[in-house]
Design a protein around this ligand. Sequence first.
Ligand code: UDP
Ligand code: MG
Length: 307
Amino acid sequence: MLLSVVIPMYNEKEVIAETYRRLTGVLVPVGVDYELIFVNDGSADGTFDVLMAAAGEDRHVKIIDFARNFGHQMAVRAGLAKSSGDAVVIIDADLQDPPEIIPGMMDKWREGYDVVYGQRVSREGETFFKKFTAFAFYRVLRALSGVDIPADTGDFRLIDRKVVEAILAMNEHGTFLRGMVSWVGFRQCPYPFKRAERFAGETKYPLKKMLKLAMDGIFSFSTAPIRFLLLGGLGMGLFGFLYWLLTLIFSWGSTHVLLSALFIFTGLLFCGMFVLGEYIGRTYEETMNRPLYLIARTVGFDDERIR
Ligand code: UDP
Ligand code: MG
């Protein structure tokens, strides 16, 4: 059995030694073979050189060096693509995700779970703003999307090889991994943990990157925004129509008739935009090229591989 650990890194020079020490300290006693895949996401602080030194001393260390900063989600994706483990753990570089719970996640995996996702029961050392926006985002996303994306869950998780392959088959640019992992299904279970403080340095997720991630999450897993157009349009049209009836009943002046007409036509316009949006949305879904379904197992066929 081989365990892969994928660690995305953007300007994380200060944490490498400690992250390596803690991961190794956890994985060696477990007694399985493992690989540590560090993905250098276009760091400008010499992260790569420090990683090279580590790779020179330990054959478990592997490095993927990006040509520039492509973002956290792409770094994880590249790590998954190059991994060869029977199970893969995705973990942040800054030790906010405690490596010490990896053996517990592996126990769940051995019990038969294909995805063991870390669920934050508390967050240390983060600003009120970050905690609040994260809290709100996960709940809005859950309400909007048709996929059961668990709340308070980042990318810290253990996933089985077959789930890795399923995710890699989804070739979408707006990669939102935690949504994709939920989308593929299979047997999943949460693993509660306390999110620690960052070991060193500052967050590599400024507001702009957080917004991009949030937009990718919402637009890749929900067409609800388009539906709001229809609701708004119908509401406005109905309001205009009632308004117009009132102008008839009470013989209000032409200004009111004009206003009611404005509401009716704007409502119609919104409905038209909804129709367009619906077609564009469907084209978008087709271009994402997601598999139409995924099979967990089959029974009774000749070409079966027994697991
Ligand atoms: N990261 C990355 N590329 C980026 C931004 C972040 O690979 O463009 C990595 C970062 O090095 C860390 C993980 O993504 O390992 C999560 O980032 P961070 O801890 O800064 O986010 P936060 O915990 O503050 O949300
Ligand atoms: Mg962090």
